[in-house]
Design a binder for this molecule. Structure first.
Ligand SMILES: Cc1cc2nc3c(=O)[nH]c(=O)nc-3n(C[C@H](O)[C@H](O)[C@H](O)COP(=O)(O)OP(=O)(O)OC[C@H]3O[C@@H](n4cnc5c(N)ncnc54)[C@H](O)[C@@H]3O)c2cc1C
Length: 392
């Protein structure tokens, strides 16, 4: 077996791995992306959908934003709904910015197409990926393709393989410190063939639990209900899901929640998780491989993109000047944003979900929502975090 040589070996073809590969290519730096799933699986995996303005800007600058500009839905606000009434948070007025609703799988399709059009190498269905020798100047990645063992020799490894990937667990014990919070609830999410019932996202705080009205296109609605962390979907026939959504999202006589065939449903547990540092030797962790946020603040994908933007700058500096100054500070630079985003995601989650057992919390949360929607300073703080803090 003759090893293949590249400059940066990237594990994972999610948003982090593909954006990194594309950014490096634009600087003339070679990479190979190894992905355990098939191209079709990656392109159909339904996940995030809210893009911060900085993510949108970056995708446009990278030349992969054409379809997003045509098909993405630009939103200048969100609605907070509680005590049966809606309150709009006006992003344009409060920050001058907007968010774009464009499915993560669409971003993935655009990125894969762009990489392949540029003769970029993505190895799909790579089995048994192993990262090796990343504490030396000559890291290696071993994998199997249709049963044949292959090896890549590279200068650096980017661990962009998500929370359940192999890169983080390959770092020797004692190096990383993990910080974690697991929430006592989850989200039951559905994708429905129904026109969105509102032009903007609705975050509802209700005595029966949190609900979210979101969308993927003018014909497809994405809806979520707070549920148990390991809720059994068998207990949730379609009619029950709709009836619960109707109750939690109720918003006055004029508002109606559109229903339609449910195309997909699933339960997601909620956790906050960070490892420090995000690098060891010549391996750098990016995106969900290094941190997870609960989805309430819509930050996971955006944070993954912010990480690799820093990593690409560091690698560019190394290849152009031989300096590792930026690479050495990769964790420090990323973690500052990671923790600010963790704080925001935790705060949105705590504010909007029902916490079992203490009526004090219910009154306190309603008071906080009242303050948030009546104080410009408080609304502005929410808006500036939601549209996305400036990229470092
Ligand atoms: C069900 C679900 C719903 C979500 N909803 C939202 C949302 O509404 N809003 C939001 O902001 N975020 C959401 N997220 C989070 C968001 O999708 C992630 O933060 C984002 O995908 C992170 O990108 P990433 O590239 O770091 O990781 P990933 O997207 O997880 O990509 C990692 C890639 O590595 C591959 N891989 C894993 N192990 C290996 C291996 N051993 N070898 C090779 N390849 C491997 C995986 O197949 C995957 O393609 C959701 C996540 C999930 C799971």
């Amino acid at each position: 077996m003759k090893p293949t040589r590249t400059q940066v070996g990237i594990v994972g073809a999610g948003p982090a791995g593909l954006v990194l590969s594309h950014l490096l290519h634009r600087e003339g730096i070679e990479s190979i992306v190894l992905e355990s799933k098939s191209r079709q699986y990656c392109e159909e995996r339904i996940r995030a959908g809210v893009l911060e303005w900085g993510t949108v800007d970056l995708l446009n600058q990278m030349g992969v934003g054409e379809r997003m500009k045509r098909e993405g839905l630009v939103h200048y606000g969100i609605e907070l709904r509680f005590a049966g009434r809606g309150h709009r948070i006006d992003f344009k007025d409060l920050t001058g910015r907007a968010i774009t609703v464009y499915g993560q799988h669409e971003v993935i399709k655009d990125l894969i197409q762009a990489r392949l059009a540029d003769q970029g190498q993505i190895v799909f269905e790579a089995e048994d990926v192993r990262v090796q020798a990343f504490d030396t100047p000559r890291p290696k990645i071993q994998y199997a393709l249709s049963g044949n063992v292959q090896e890549i020799h590279c200068d650096f490894i980017a661990g962009c393989d998500g929370f359940h990937g192999v890169c983080r667990p390959s770092i020797p014990s004692g190096i990383l410190t993990a910080y974690e919070r697991i929430y006592p609830f989850g989200w039951l999410g559905i994708l429905a063939e129904a026109a969105p019932s509102s032009e903007e996202l609705i975050y509802a705080y209700h005595e029966r639990g949190f609900a979210l009205h979101s969308m993927r296109s003018p014909k497809i609605t994405r809806l979520y209900l707070q549920c148990g962390p390991e809720e059994d979907l068998a207990n949730w026939p379609d009619a029950k899901i709709w009836s619960e959504l109707q109750r939690r999202l109720a918003g006055g006589k004029e508002w109606k929640l559109n229903e339609g065939p449910i195309l997909q449903k699933g339960v997601t547990g909620m956790r906050s998780f960070v490892v420090e540092p995000m690098q060891y030797g010549r391996m750098f962790l990016a995106g969900d491989a290094a941190h997870i946020v609960p989805p309430t603040g819509a930050k996971g994908l955006n944070l993954a993109v912010a990480d690799v933007r820093v990593l690409a700058r560091g690698l560019k500096e190394f290849y152009f000047s031989g300096s590792t100054a930026l690479l050495d500070r990769y964790s420090e630079i990323c973690l500052r944003r990671v923790w600010r985003v963790q704080r925001f995601s935790w705060w949105m989650t705590s504010l909007l979900h029902r916490h079992e057992g203490n009526p004090f919390d219910d009154r306190r949360q309603l008071a906080e929502l009242d303050y948030l929607t009546s104080s410009r300073a408080a609304s502005q703080s929410l808006a500036e975090n939601y549209v996305g803090l400036p990229l470092d």
